[in-house]
Design a protein around this ligand. Structure first.
Ligand SMILES: Nc1nc2c(ncn2[C@@H]2O[C@H](COP(=O)(O)OP(=O)(O)OP(=O)(O)O)[C@@H](O)[C@H]2O)c(=O)[nH]1
Ligand SMILES: [Mg+2]
Length: 243
């Protein structure tokens, strides 16, 4: 994968840019995890390259948009795709849980964070995963487990503990620091690779299905039921799930 250009969209431009439809793929990621694990800081680091140490708990949900060009490996002229990456930052506090859950269904990929210096946030990972699987668009969505605050010396969770958990859950694990920026971009890129791979497999399967399905039998012409010039004759897609 190559990310040739990354345009950050922030603040005032956000609304205007969310209306910009000049893209090939609109991808939505969700950041989840207990309150205080560093989701907002992670996102701020990714989109703005900065770290704001003051803790202001997120209320409900917030989102940021990142525009980038994604290049499918080993593809010809069509390899480069314009991506609008929506990153949804959710509140970790329990009292917002029913609100934030409503957003899970739209997530195409999930960044599940815990705090390496907070054992409790690590213990919550299984619960978050259950909720993702219950609410997400399919039973096996793309998820990355992230141990954040790797810059801190006061660790309560070791790398091997986290790797073991991720291994047992069948998801990749990365350690990041929103404070120093370590591994923040690679974590998002890794998830993007997973989601784009799934997307490509889905599109290929749809193309193959179209190619093998018999040509539609033509109906006797009835002036009143003739398709309008811009009306599609393709059958409706049964599901948008690429599982
Ligand atoms: N040392 C260190 N501190 C961090 C890091 N990431 C976040 N923090 C601090 O952790 C605190 C919480 O960060 P937030 O990003 O607001 O946490 P959150 O997960 O968004 O919390 P909620 O919005 O309540 O769900 C803040 O004081 C941050 O400065 C990191 O990588 N290293
Ligand atoms: Mg937050």
């Amino acid at each position: 994968m190559s990310l040739e250009r990354q345009t950050n969209v922030d603040n005032g431009e956000e609304l205007e840019d969310s209306l910009d439809t000049n893209y090939d793929f609109l991808i939505k990621f969700l950041l989840l995890g207990d309150s205080g694990v560093g989701k907002t800081c992670f996102l701020h680091r990714y989109t703005s390259g900065e770290f704001k140490p003051k803790f202001i708990a997120t209320v409900g949900v917030d989102f940021r948009l990142k525009k980038l060009v994604y290049e499918f490996p080993e593809e010809g002229e069509d390899a480069k795709k314009k991506i609008h990456l929506q990153l949804w930052d959710t509140a970790g506090q329990e009292r917002y849980r029913s609100l934030t859950k409503a957003f899970f269904r739209d997530g195409m990929g999930f960044l599940l964070l815990f705090d390496l210096a907070d054992e409790n946030s690590f213990q919550s990972v299984r619960q978050w995963l259950t909720e993702i699987k219950d609410q997400a668009y399919c039973e096996n969505p793309d998820i990355i487990l992230i141990g954040n605050k790797s810059d801190l010396k006061t660790r309560q969770v070791t790398s091997s503990q986290a790797e073991e958990l991720a291994g047992s859950l069948g998801i990749p694990y990365l350690e990041t620091s929103a404070a120093t920026g370590k591994n923040v971009i690679p974590a998002v890129n890794m998830l993007l690779d997973m989601v784009m791979k799934r997307m490509r497999e889905y599109v290929s399967a749809m193309d193959a299905e179209k190619a093998t399905s018999p040509a539609p039998v033509s109906q006797p012409t009835q002036t009143s039921s003739r398709p309008k010039p811009n009306e599609t004759t393709e059958p409706a897609k049964q599901s948008s799930c690429a599982c």
